[in-house]
Write a protein that binds this ligand. Structure first.
Ligand code: NAD
Ligand code: ZN
Length: 367
């Protein structure tokens, strides 16, 4: 039985940018035949990284070519350093050397780095060509493949340059997750828990019921889990395509999490920092009387199952984290914006958290 599921992303007001996400555990043949109907024999390009190319990308390119498509392939070195201005330039030059034109498509096959870089290159090449996302990490499948945010980093700031460029279609084959190391799965799991906390508490129950032995219990459940997460993300994005309101709830755990990433010089994996940030946001919600301690404890227990931290590492001080909390650059009072919980599945954004509550929450989350 095919496990193919579909999620429609509806982008008001005109719906002209609507697209579909396909999720399943063996959907590459579907991806190939649909990409063929989108792109026909027009010259197009797969972008991947050297590691993904070796384990999945080269075979996928062969499948596309085998279907009669006219596919070129470019790959960048694996890792965040490829999400740079220089690398974007190299990719754009490759696109030019392959004679891609305005009818061509770019198919990004990889994690969030390839997705963000590929989306960016597609959005500026000849003022924008079609982009398709084939995410291969858990983080990319539940988060970065949807929503149309593209980016490259500058040496001084992550994601500093980018565009909004919605993909034409997304194909998330959960078999890709079989080759991911546990550390990368745990990193993505922080975002999975985030979706459960902010919007769909059934995600938390699914994890609680199936992960008493950690990640092992999830092997048959990936399509269901990824689908539930993507439904949350698509709904939130559909309500706020350009990130001016509702979409900010996706930043649950990312306020204190971002500060910790800065304090650790981005050495700490993003998921670990977000885990700490979610635990801190729960403690703040608790101290404001919004939730009771059982909610925070439930989140903490789940984070624990994937060895995700809830407290500050010993070498990071509360003062340093306070100093690095991101402030709203657009507002003149430069307040700190928090995403807090009223209940599991019910998040809201506020910039009215007294400093003493922040300090108290950070202190509680110190080893
Ligand atoms: P990544 O793309 O660097 O992938 C991590 C590593 O996993 C890489 O070494 C890659 O080669 C390897 N890999 C990828 N797929 C694999 C597979 N199936 N099997 C084995 N190894 C595999 O990192 P990531 O964690 O996927 O994404 C992080 C990036 O995503 C960051 O740059 C972040 O800013 C961005 N991001 C973007 C959005 C958005 O909305 N656009 C949202 C969240 C994160
Ligand atoms: Zn994140």
């Amino acid at each position: 039985m095919s496990s193919l599921r579909r999620i429609s992303v509806h982008l008001p007001p005109t719906g002209a940018l609507d697209y579909t996400i396909a999720v399943g555990s063996d959907i590459l043949d579907t991806a190939v035949s649909e990409l063929k109907s989108f792109l026909g024999t027009r010259r197009s390009m797969v972008l991947t990284d050297d590691h993904v190319h070796e384990i999945w990308g080269a075979a996928f390119v062969e499948k596309l070519r085998g279907s009669g498509m006219n596919i070129e392939c470019a790959s960048v070195p694996q890792g965040e350093r490829s999400k740079s201005w220089e690398c974007a330039q190299t990719v754009l030059a490759k696109m030019m050397s392959f004679s891609l034109n305005r009818d061509s498509g770019l198919i990004a096959v990889g994690g969030g780095v390839v997705g963000d870089l590929g989306g960016f290159a597609a959005s500026v090449y000849m003022r924008g060509i079609s982009c398709f996302q084939v995410p291969t990490t858990l983080l990319a499948q539940v988060d970065s493949c949807v929503g149309g945010k593209t980016a490259v980093d500058l040496p001084t700031a992550k994601n500093a340059v980018g565009t909004f460029h919605q993909p034409k279609a997304v194909y998330a084959d959960t078999r890709f997750l079989n080759t991911l190391p546990d550390s990368a799965l745990a990193n993505g799991m922080a975002e999975v828990i985030k979706y459960g906390a902010i919007r769909d508490a059934s995600i938390l129950a699914l994890l609680e019921d199936n992960t008493s032995k950690g990640l092992e219990g999830l092997s048959d459940l990936w399509p269901e889990l990824v689908t539930r997460c993507l439904r949350v993300k698509s709904d939130v994005v559909a309500a706020d395509e350009f990130d001016r309101g509702e979409r900010m709830i996706l930043n649950f755990g990312h306020t204190a999490g971002h500060a910790l990433e800065v304090v650790t010089g981005f050495e700490m994996p993003h998921g670990e920092a977000v885990a700490f940030g979610m635990s801190t946001a729960c403690r703040i919600s608790e101290s404001l009387g919004l939730i009771d301690s059982s909610v925070s404890e439930r989140i903490d227990r789940l984070l624990d199952r994937f060895h995700l931290p809830q407290s500050l590492p010993e070498d990071a001080s509360i003062e340093a984290v306070l100093e690095c909390l991101p402030r709203d650059k657009k507002a003149s009072d430069r307040k700190i914006r928090w995403v807090l919980l009223r209940d599991l599945g019910d998040a809201f954004v506020t910039d009215e958290v007294p400093r003493d509550r922040i300090v108290a929450a950070l202190k509680r989350n110190t080893t």
